[in-house]
Design a protein around this ligand. Sequence first.
Ligand code: TMP
Ligand code: ASP
Length: 234
Amino acid sequence: MKIMEMKYEGKAKKIFSTDVDDCSVMYFKDDATAFDGKKKGTIEEKGVFNNKIASEIFKYLEAGGIKTHFIERLSDREMAVKELEIIMVEVIVRNVAAGSFSKRMGIEEGTALKQTIVELSYKSDPLGDPMINDDYVFALGLATPEELTFMKEETLKVNKLMSDFFDARGIFLVDFKLEFGRHKGEILLGDEFTPDGCRLWDKKTGEKLDKDRFRRDLGNIEESYRDVMNRVLE
Ligand code: TMP
Ligand code: ASP
């Protein structure tokens, strides 16, 4: 397979087209940003860790009945994926209070919730991914009611699968963000599932093992990502 031109460069990944039909290459960078790109840095080897983590998780999710854009891991930093028309809605799940929810609601991080929260954001860097609701999605034509229902149902299935997966590895899945795309009349899970887009707390120590270490200058960032990778691959 030959890599052709770069189609898109995001904050943590690049997407290339290839000479194979319906196959793109996702390249994982070491770059990290937070607060809508206002904070920038690099996390050494993050691209390698995240590619391995995401590849393993996509395989696990596929085995659990979730259709994803994953084809195969090609190298340390490259993953072959199907070409998606990305839906500009981010689906976030919260299992306990943390992050922007804690800030917005004035509720301490780690506080239990009476039920799981599914939250939507408009995928727009310039606007800072504002929170939206179902009516915004339909009013703006971002997705149809059928598509959104499917995305929410898939997200809750992913929550069950990934909560069990991390629980078996001594990690509590606090919250995460998913992206979906259209592909040949179906909706597939896209993007990645890595410590860049979720919160992971060690069950024994409560230690944060995700991008909050970078956002909040907690140190040991590389070590935490490596720890997550080792546990994911175990
Ligand atoms: P939040 O608490 O900051 O709203 O984040 C909720 C979840 O979404 C958390 O697991 C981190 C993830 N996330 C992203 O993947 N990208 C983003 O731009 C933000 C703000 C959060
Ligand atoms: N990825 C987002 C940014 O670059 C925010 C975050 O993950 O905190 O700003």
